[in-house]
Design a protein around this ligand. Structure first.
Ligand code: SF4
Length: 256
């Protein structure tokens, strides 16, 4: 098995997602390289080619706003079946220059043509520094944000963010949002976030953020760093159980 190829266009799927059912993906990033503010050691698209928060120099490679809207409108008017429209793709979707107005328009056409379909976002949380991104989150049915560690040093080791991304700042921004989900990838091996210390500090952050729900899972696909090991389902279930007791937050473990 290989690392997953990058998405080749604006729309992909619908894919069968463990968490979302049939999910129609929206890729707002370039199709020839991965552009992200993180370079997670477990990313199933491989290493980040362009590590940045600022997309100014990449505009020519991003899909045009009107083309994104046309593609989504075409899909919602078509007989294609899906349960979710999900902003995700070849990097971090909230960095797209017109992300918030795009969300508003997608919600409008969803309301008009597919009122039963939900809109989801899979984000690494870094775009939350922008007020308009935080504002747009309120209208998304399922905003899911990444939090893989309870401490800045582990966050840096696992997510390899661009230097200006501040861990405690992200936790504060997440704490000020309501109705969000947190998703966490747990890993073992040479680099891990599953020691007692790791899990205790992670639970502390969940207590502070108080998300609506937490999804934990491990690396079920090939990852760029071959020294990373998958966390076994029993351990995931145990962490979910302990975490619910400790934080009062609903935690679901996903595994194959
Ligand atoms: S944030 Fe997502 S797309 Fe970016 S490197 Fe991490 S897993 Fe990959």
């Amino acid at each position: 098995m290989n690392i997953l190829p990058l998405q080749k266009g604006i729309l992909y799927g619908p894919i069968n997602s463990r968490r979302l059912g049939k999910s129609l993906g929206i890729n707002l990033m370039p199709t020839k390289y991965k552009l992200c503010s993180f370079n997670c050691v477990y990313c199933h698209y491989g290493l980040t080619d362009e590590l940045t928060m600022n997309l100014e120099n990449y505009i020519k490679d991003l899909p045009e706003y009107n083309d994104v809207m046309k593609a989504i409108e075409g899909a919602v008017k078509s007989p294609l079946e899906f349960d979710y429209i999900t902003f995700s793709g070849n990097g971090e979707p909230t960095l797209y220059p017109n992300f918030s107005s795009l969300v508003d328009e997608v919600i409008k056409i969803r309301d008009k043509y597919r009122p039963n379909v939900k809109v989801a976002l899979l984000s690494n949380s870094s775009g939350l520094i922008y007020a308009e991104v935080r504002e747009s989150i309120r209208n998304i049915d399922l905003p899911v944000f990444k939090l893989d560690a309870g401490r800045a040093d582990k966050f840096r080791a696992i997510n390899n963010p661009i230097r200006d991304v501040n861990f405690e700042g992200i936790v504060d921004l997440l704490s000020n949002l309501s109705n969000i989900c947190i998703q966490t990838v747990l890993i073992d091996g040479n680099l891990f976030n599953t020691s007692k210390e790791d899990i205790d500090s992670y639970f502390e952050k969940l207590k502070k953020i108080q998300p609506k729900e937490v999804h934990i899972y491990s690396t079920d696909r090939p990852v760029p760093n071959t020294e990373i090991k998958r966390v076994k389902p029993d351990r995931l279930k145990e962490i979910a159980r302990e975490g619910e007791k400790e934080t009062g937050v609903r935690i679901k473990a996903f595994y194959l």
